[in-house]
Design a protein around this ligand. Structure first.
Ligand SMILES: C[S@@+](CC[C@H](N)C(=O)[O-])C[C@H]1O[C@@H](n2cnc3c(N)ncnc32)[C@H](O)[C@@H]1O
Length: 267
């Protein structure tokens, strides 16, 4: 369900475009309270088209695009500090990265800042509402310095299941393929992600998606997980880089090493 603010223009073309993208049904506000709309439309949540972008009201939660942690991490990079995702990915200007689990796009923002104008970040998100809120939230994001807005705007966003998207890509189309699936056991302190949790696709990374990722990438496949996750072993990630945050780690699968080991195993 999507509607305008009480003062908004009914049937604003942007809202109708958002509704078509996200699958949320448009209902004119007609001066109703959000509680009234929820009752009238028997909906679980309502998205309000606010001047700074779409905001989902669901129970006590509000969900909208905000660069949050991504902005803090980029600010640290600008002060000359590093970020573990850069180490894990061997990230450099000009690289092309496929982010298979976009979420709120915090990692994609850091990646976009580092790869710069000569590089590329394509973010894939399977939940249509999340993909549309992040896409339109970025488009309408009004604050912040130019370097931040430019890095955000360069993130390409597509709504798809990453397995389906990967299957349709040619071999060697990206330098890095990145997965940050919902943790099997959430980190309790990761507050910025909690509104996303209700909407998110919680399926674990599949061996099929990893197989396709290895085919699609030129350098490495990177998986973010809890440092003690059994997912690294299950999926064959032998190298694990610790994050700054003690609970987070990045599994790195170097594609050349992986293919060389496979050939040796077959001989
Ligand atoms: C932990 S969040 C990613 C957070 C993100 N890295 C960030 O920095 O904001 C995982 C996201 O991936 C999405 N997701 C999970 N499985 C997916 C799939 N098969 N295809 C595309 N997106 C998926 C979830 O819906 C969720 O929004």
């Amino acid at each position: 369900m999507v509607t305008e603010t009480r003062k908004g223009i009914p049937g604003n073309p942007e809202i109708l475009e958002f509704a078509a993208e996200s699958g949320a049904r448009y209902t004119p506000r007609q001066d109703r309270s959000l509680a009234r709309i929820l009752a009238d439309e028997t909906a679980l949540g309502v998205i309000v088209w606010e001047p700074e972008g779409p905001v989902l009201y669901q129970g006590a939660e509000r969900f909208f695009y905000h660069p949050s942690m991504g902005k803090n991490r980029v600010s640290r990079l600008r002060r000359g500090e590093s970020d573990p995702i850069i180490t894990a990915m061997g990230l450099k200007a000009g690289m092309e990265v496929l982010d298979c689990t976009l979420g709120l796009g915090a990692d994609a923002l850091v990646i976009s800042f580092v790869v710069g104008k000569a590089g590329r970040v394509l973010g894939v998100e399977s939940t249509p509402i999340t993909a549309a809120i992040v896409r339109w939230g970025i488009r309408k994001y009004p604050h912040g310095p130019q370097w931040l807005k430019e890095a955000m705007d360069r993130i390409e966003i597509t709504c798809a299941d990453h397995l389906a998207l990967l299957r349709g890509l040619p071999d060697d189309s990206f330098d890095i393929v990145y997965f940050d699936p919902m943790f099997r056991h959430p980190v309790p302190s990761s507050k910025p992600i909690s509104p996303l949790r209700q909407l998110a696709n919680h399926r674990p990374l599949s061996a099929e998606a990893l197989f396709e990722a290895i085919r699609v990438c030129r350098k490495s496949v990177v998986l973010k997980e809890r440092y003690d996750s059994t997912e690294f072993e299950r999926l064959g990630f032998r190298e694990v880089v610790m994050g700054n945050h003690s609970e987070i780690a990045y599994g790195v699968l170097d594609v050349e090493d992986y293919l060389r080991n496979q050939v040796q195993d077959e001989e």
